[in-house]
Ligand binder design. Structure first.
Ligand code: FAD
Length: 373
């Protein structure tokens, strides 16, 4: 039997979930996820941070425009999506001018961003090593983000608007028909007018299935872990080291835990990513160098794939070579934060409109996000 929909969204991570949520009120939508659980891959493996001033100018604008969605009261949720957590990006001797310039540039869009040096850094985070950390950028309006609540909110709204959510439904074939596409999936055949490619690390694989030229998306593995500390870290900001010598980050969490990473970026095939011991060991070494912490052991490790287009900006738009194929890929390290904007952009594109007004007013044009830019 073949089921028919206006739109098939491929991928049940945050990208597919926001697309289904924003498209379902006006179209019949099926969301297809290959795994038995939604959000099984990168979406459930993030650091869960809301930050605006990182990821380049395009991402900065998308993230900033998403803030109002996070600040809204959503009747379905019993707690806010954001929990305030300033982010302190730190640098070592010789990086002062670079960070000062970056703060000046980024504060134009996000006024809460400011440059700090000397004792101001250690007042904010007393465990920073003053001999190593000399300068920093504080984004005081950053926050910790409830990723699973956000994902579930999108899925619930999609379902309430009539979307059909199918797990264990790997798409293995995508063929053109007279009116759109015919998909072969692990849970049956589907005919649809348009496809949304929200397959994360598998974005180019899905394109090739449809006979669409891939974009050169590169999945990059990043290992993360948690470690116990002897004191309560919750008064500290999130610390993000931009030093090329000591790259790392750590996020204070409840229960005397830190969520840590080396900030590694290792090209990978699209796979179920696994953590590397060497990346954990190097992160511990760097964290112990930039701080007075003495991390020795970890409580849990994991890895995820952050997927980038060649210019590292996200890809949201219709393929210009093949009709009815929409890309929602390449969100790199900020796919959770930018997801409200991604959903609105997708809905506007399906309605035949340009970019939402606030994003156009912020200086974005469709070519910034276009697949074949
Ligand atoms: C360590 C780490 C820290 C991060 N920290 C942050 C952060 O603090 N803030 C932030 O905003 N972002 C962060 N990110 C990035 C963020 O997690 C990603 O940008 C985002 O999750 C990408 O979502 P996605 O839906 O594109 O991909 P995914 O979540 O991987 O979803 C894609 C889905 O497509 C499915 N799929 C693929 N092929 C098929 C097929 N043929 N048929 C059916 N289904 C298919 C996959 O199974 C998968 O579930 C972090 C990432 C990592 C790894």
């Amino acid at each position: 039997m073949t089921d028919t929909f206006d739109i098939a969204v491929i991928g049940g991570g945050i990208g597919g979930a926001t697309a289904a949520c924003h498209l379902a009120p006006d179209h019949s939508v099926v969301l297809l996820e290959q795994e038995a659980e939604l959000a099984f891959h990168t979406t459930s493996r993030s650091a869960a941070i809301y930050l605006e001033g990182d990821g380049g100018g395009v991402m900065h604008r998308l993230n900033r425009s998403s803030r109002s969605f996070f600040d809204e009261a959503h009747p379905e949720l019993d707690a806010p999506l954001l929990d305030p957590l300033p982010v302190l990006t730190v640098g070592t001797e010789g990086m002062e001018q670079q960070l000062r310039d970056q703060a000046e540039r980024d504060s134009v869009l996000t006024p809460s961003i400011g440059y700090l040096e000397g004792s101001a850094l250690h007042d904010l985070c007393p465990i920073l090593q003053p001999k190593v950390v000399t300068c920093g950028i504080l984004e005081s309006t950053a926050a910790s983000l409830d990723v699973m609540a956000l994902h579930q909110l999108y899925v619930r709204r999609a379902r309430d608007a009539g979307a059909n959510i199918r797990r264990t439904s790997k798409v293995t074939g995508i063929e053109r028909t007279a009116h759109g596409w015919r998909l072969t999936t692990a849970s049956g055949a589907i005919e649809c007018g348009a496809v949304v490619n929200a397959a994360g690390a598998w974005g180019d694989v899905v394109a090739e299935l449809a006979g669409v030229q891939p974009l050169g998306l590169t999945p990059m593995r990043r290992t993360a872990f948690t470690a116990r500390v002897d004191v309560d870290p919750t008064p500290w900001p999130f610390i993000y080291s931009h030093s090329s010598e000591y790259p790392c980050y750590f996020k204070p969490e409840a229960g005397q835990q830190l969520l840590c990473s080396l900030s590694d970026e290792t090209p990978s095939e699209p796979v179920d990513a696994r953590p590397l011991e060497i990346d954990v060991a190097m992160a511990i070494d760097h964290i112990n160098t930039i701080s007075t912490l003495n991390l020795r052991s970890v409580t849990a490790t994991w890895a995820g794939l952050r997927t980038f287009a060649p210019d590292r900006d996200p890809v949201y738009g219709w393929d210009t070579d093949v009709e009815g194929f929409f890309w929602l890929c390449g969100q790199g390290g900020w796919g959770i934060v930018s997801s409200p904007a991604a959903g609105r952009i997708t809905a506007a594109a399906f309605a035949g409109d340009g970019l939402p007004v606030d994003l156009a007013d912020a200086g974005l044009i469709p070519a910034d996000l276009a697949p074949r830019r």
